[in-house]
Every structure is written in structure tokens, then in C-alpha cells.
Design a protein around this ligand. Structure first.
Ligand SMILES: Cc1cc2nc3c(=O)[nH]c(=O)nc-3n(C[C@H](O)[C@H](O)[C@H](O)COP(=O)(O)OP(=O)(O)OC[C@H]3O[C@@H](n4cnc5c(N)ncnc54)[C@H](O)[C@@H]3O)c2cc1C
Length: 509
């Protein structure tokens, strides 16, 4: 049973009910394919018949038009059917968003209908032996020859390799290092199975992907028409980036439905397992673990659908998509480990689905960008946000005799901008912020004057060993701090002393 959020549309709520029932009805069959290590073709066809592959495809191209939120709802549920969820996910990711944003009308007509129908699976092909986290380092080339492109190279770790009919790939179309620097070296293409020279190289035996095909593909002089090029030549990086937020979000939610199954299993099992003459669910430690799992499940889910709403509202939730990906996949791993502990030895057997969920969760932390890469994105993009870059200044407040965050003007404002006063500003800052340096702009804010005048004075103070500086790679002074000699020259010792009121005078020296 899927718990809807209040902002979902009636259609999204309806599809949630239907897909949840679909999963309940087909759960056993999915388990059988898992146990037999067989790709669940008949189940995949049932998913296609229900029209779920088109959940995010607009109606005019044969889809349901339920956006990122609808795609998450379906991915969350189908993820409970293991291999089905993973191929559903990549098939949708292999072109939907990219073609919608960068395809011509003709390409939309051609490919989006196919994606929506789901009778042909798709694979998304970025990764290569040389290009993992560094996704721009693609070695596969595409060379123009008349009206065709000739592709040579390899892709690896491709989910749906072999079983898919269409492969959304990125290839290098320019070798010029200056173009490479601006990420203008890549172009995206759709390559169909069956083209001469396009072969399957290897299927990976992967932890956690027991009956999900994932492998290497090889291109040897594979010819495709120019109409299979998606987006402008040299704009492949933009196409890749445009698809990534959606990809990360779906890569997160496909694990979301597993939480619900774990919790249900834990309640079922611990009510029936008796130790020390009590059902294990009665042990407070077990209850705490279950509470922790439910908390994680609800937090991860809330964040995923928040991110989906941002996407549906036309935003580019780079930070949120990375957080959703990281939180969901880390939580599934943590929850898997906790659940096994709650179940004891039975949790380690293949007979209960928890050990599988735990193995699968590790994939989530690597595929579609590792957790470390998500953290890089979260950090880099957040560091540019105005909300995290508020101007904070601690200033000495004589009334409370302490440094406090203040918007007041500095007491040095308006003094002559000379060596003596600049040194005083910097030395005073030691009293307020003993551990940190000042920027040139901090000094300018405190005393006034121009950056260049302040810069010259600081160079001179540094030569006299009254301040030390921290410089950037080009040698430009960016931070300064008074030396002990500078502090001594600016103010008497007593200026820097400070003791709490309770501190006994007799202990001061
Ligand atoms: C099951 C599975 C399914 C996949 N499906 C697909 C698919 O369908 N299509 C596709 O194109 N790819 C797919 N991938 C590939 C996946 O996207 C890559 O594995 C992933 O991006 C990491 O690349 P890598 O494995 O080469 O690791 P590497 O990039 O070699 O990373 C190794 C380690 O170094 C760390 N690292 C790398 N760079 C940095 C850095 N700058 N700072 C800090 N740490 C760093 C990583 O976080 C990681 O811990 C799949 C992978 C798996 C395992």
C-alpha cells in the first residue's frame, strides 16, 4: 500500500494505487525469476502492457504525462520487483528527458512513443573503462562520414546490456584540447541493436544484480544515420547534465519501496520469534531499531518527492537530486544491516529478502554517480548559494564585553588608512577572532579606503613581519593575520586580555 503525499494530483494518486496493486499481484513471480536467475521478460512485458514505461512521457507522445512525480511513484513500486525495477528505470532514463529537451520534433515522435510503449527496452551508456566518476573522459569516438556517423569504442557497466534494443550513448566528436576544456567534445546518439559492428562484450557477475543484466558493449565502425544524433554536435555534456537530475532521483526512488517491505517483514517476523520467553518485538532494542528504520524510510521518501515536485515545477534541483540519491541509497544499506540484525541468523539466508536488499543497496551507492560524487555536487553547488553566503562579522561589544555577531560599524571606520591603523584593525581582529585570518574586504569594511591602497600597506606590513598572508595559486594576497610582533606593536598586552566574571583576580597573571 503506497502512502500518497497531499500535493500529488488525483491521477498520480490513482497510478500509485494501481502500480502498488500490480506489484502485490506479481511479487511471487518476480521472486521466482530471482531464484531461477532468469531475466523476467514476461513481467517486463506486463509492465509495458500497463503503460508504466510511459509514465513520465507526455501524453502527446503516447505516455501518461505524470512527470517526475509519476515516474518516482512507479519506480518506487517496481523497485520491489527487483530486476523489473532496474530495467524499467534505465529504459526510461535512456532518452526520455534528453529527447524531450534536446530532440527534434521528428525524434520525439519516433523515440518517445517507443519509450512509452516499453516493448523495446533502452539502456543508458555513459561509463567506459576510462570514464567512471570522471564522465567527461569518454574515449568512444563518433566521426562524421557523409550523412552518417561512424562509432568506435566501448561502454561498460551498462544496465540492460543485451536485453535492450536501443542504447543512448555519448561519444567524443572533437579532439581539440581547448574544446575539451569547455566540455564541447561530446555528442549524444541513439544506437539500435542489430547495427553491424555493434556487439555485446561481457555480462558482469555483480554483487546485488543477480538476474539484472549489466555489461560491456563494443562498437567497431558502427554506422548510424545523422538523424540518430540527439542534440547539437558538441552539446553532449549539456544533454548528459540535463538528464542527470532526473536520473539520480529515479536511481534513488527505485530503492524507496524496499523500505516498506523491510518494515512489514520485521513486524511479521519479530511478532513470531520467541526468545527468553518473549516475542522479540517486545525487546526495547528491537523496537528502537524498527523505529529507526521507519524514520529513515519516511525521511528518504519525503525528500525524494520534494525533489520530484521541484523537477515538475521546472526547477533544476541539482543539490536536491544528489541528496535524494545519497540519502536513499545510504539509508537502504543502513536499514538492510539493521534489519538483518533484528532477524538474527535468518536474516542472512536467501530465504528472506533482506540479504538481497543489503547487497542491492551497495549498487545504489555507486551507480548513477557515487556517494562521493553526490557530496561533491552538494558542496560545490551549495557553496554558491546566497543563503549560505550571508555576511557574518563578529565585533567587539563593549556593553557585554564580548565578541558578538553584529551589523554595527567598526570603531576604526573613518580613521586614516595608513600602516598604523591597518595594523590596529588586524590586531583588533585577533581579539575578536583569534583563530582566523581577515580578507582584504573585511579590512576595507572596517576602516574604508581602496583595495589597492590597503593591498600596498599590507605588502609593506608583511615585509616588516607584522602580518602574515595567505596567497592564492597566482600569488595574490587573499587573507592576512597579525603576527605576535604585529599584535605587540598595535596594542599593549592588556588590550587582548579577557576573563569571565567568575574568574578570581588572584589567579590572573
Ligand atoms: C550495478 C551498476 C549499474 C550501472 N549502470 C550503469 C548504466 O546503466 N550506464 C552507465 O553509463 N553506467 C552505469 N554504471 C556505472 C556507474 O555510473 C559508475 O560505476 C560510477 O559512476 C562510478 O564510476 P567507477 O565505477 O568507474 O568508479 P571510479 O570513478 O573509479 O571511482 C572509484 C572511487 O573513487 C571515488 N572518486 C572518484 N572521483 C572522485 C573525486 N573527484 N573525489 C572523491 N572521490 C572520488 C569514487 O567515489 C569511488 O569511491 C553502473 C554501475 C554499477 C555498479
Amino acid at each position: 500500500m503506497i502512502e500518497p503525499f497531499f500535493w500529488w494530483t488525483d491521477e498520480q494518486k490513482e497510478v500509485a494505487k494501481k502500480v502498488s496493486q500490480f506489484v502485490e499481484d506479481n511479487f511471487e513471480e518476480a521472486e521466482e525469476y530471482f531464484w531461477n536467475s532468469k531475466f523476467p521478460w514476461p513481467l517486463v512485458r506486463k509492465v509495458a502492457d500497463e503503460g508504466y514505461f510511459g509514465v513520465g512521457v507526455p501524453r502527446e507522445y503516447g505516455g501518461m504525462g505524470l512527470g517526475a512525480t509519476g515516474s518516482c511513484i512507479v519506480a518506487e513500486q517496481l523497485g520491489r520487483l527487483y530486476a523489473v525495477g532496474h530495467v524499467f528505470t534505465v529504459s526510461m532514463l535512456a532518452g526520455t528527458e534528453q529527447i524531450l529537451r534536446f530532440g527534434t520534433e521528428k525524434q520525439k515522435e519516433k523515440w518517445l512513443h517507443k519509450i512509452a510503449k516499453g516493448n523495446e527496452l533502452g539502456a543508458l551508456c555513459i561509463t567506459e573503462p576510462f570514464a567512471g566518476s570522471d564522465a567527461a573522459n569518454i574515449f568512444t569516438t563518433a566521426e562524421k562520414d557523409g550523412d552518417e556517423w561512424v562509432i568506435n569504442g566501448k561502454k561498460r557497466f551498462i544496465t540492460g546490456a543485451g536485453v535492450s534494443d536501443r542504447y543512448f550513448i555519448y561519444a567524443k566528436t572533437n579532439e581539440d584540447p581547448s574544446i575539451r576544456k569547455q566540455y564541447g567534445h561530446l555528442t549524444s546518439f541513439m544506437v539500435e541493436k542489430g547495427r553491424p559492428g555493434f556487439t555485446l562484450e561481457k555480462i558482469n557477475p555483480l554483487i546485488g544484480f543477480d538476474n539484472v543484466p549489466n555489461g560491456y558493449i563494443d562498437f567497431e565502425n558502427v554506422r548510424i544515420p545523422d538523424e540518430n544524433r540527439i542534440g547539437t554536435v558538441g552539446k553532449g555534456w549539456n544533454v548528459m547534465m540535463a538528464g542527470l537530475n532526473f536520473e539520480r532521483l529515479i536511481g534513488a526512488t527505485v530503492f524507496g519501496g524496499l523500505f516498506e517491505d523491510i518494515v512489514s517483514l520485521l513486524f511479521y517476523y519479530t511478532k513470531r520469534r520467541v526468545q527468553f520467553n518473549r516475542a522479540t518485538i517486545q525487546f526495547p532494542g528491537i523496537q528502537n531499531e524498527i523505529a529507526d528504520i521507519i524514520t529513515k524510510a519516511k525521511l528518504a521518501r519525503l525528500f525524494s518527492y520534494h525533489c520530484a515536485k521541484l523537477l515538475d515545477d521546472g526547477k533544476e534541483p541539482m543539490i536536491e537530486a544528489s541528496i535524494a540519491k545519497m540519502v536513499n541509497t545510504e539509508f537502504v544499506r543502513e536499514v538492510g544491516i539493521k534489519a538483518i540484525q533484528v532477524l538474527g541468523g535468518d536474516g542472512l539466508t536467501r530465504f528472506l529478502p533482506v540479504e538481497r536488499i543489503l547487497r542491492e543497496s551497495k549498487i545504489g551507492e555507486i551507480a548513477a554517480g557515487t556517494t562521493e560524487v553526490q557530496k561533491m555536487i552538494i558542496y560545490r553547488f551549495s557553496s554558491m548559494l546566497p543563503m549560505y553566503n550571508k555576511h557574518i562579522r563578529l565585533r567587539w561589544n563593549d556593553e557585554v564585553n564580548a565578541p558578538i555577531i553584529s551589523k554595527r560599524e567598526s570603531k576604526f571606520k573613518g580613521l586614516d588608512v595608513n600602516e598604523e591603523n591597518i595594523l590596529k584593525v588586524i590586531a583588533h581582529d585577533y581579539k575578536v577572532n583569534p583563530g582566523i585570518y581577515m580578507t582584504i574586504d573585511d579590512i576595507k569594511e572596517d576602516i574604508g579606503g581602496s583595495r589597492s591602497t590597503i593591498g600596498k600597506i599590507l605588502e609593506s606590513l608583511e615585509k616588516q613581519k607584522l602580518v602574515v598572508s595567505h596567497r592564492d595559486r597566482s600569488g595574490k594576497m587573499v587573507l592576512v593575520k597579525a603576527t605576535y610582533l604585529g599584535l605587540k606593536k598595535a596594542f599593549p598586552k592588556e588590550y587582548y586580555q579577557w576573563f569571565p566574571e567568575w574568574y578570581d583576580d588572584s589567579d590572573k597573571f
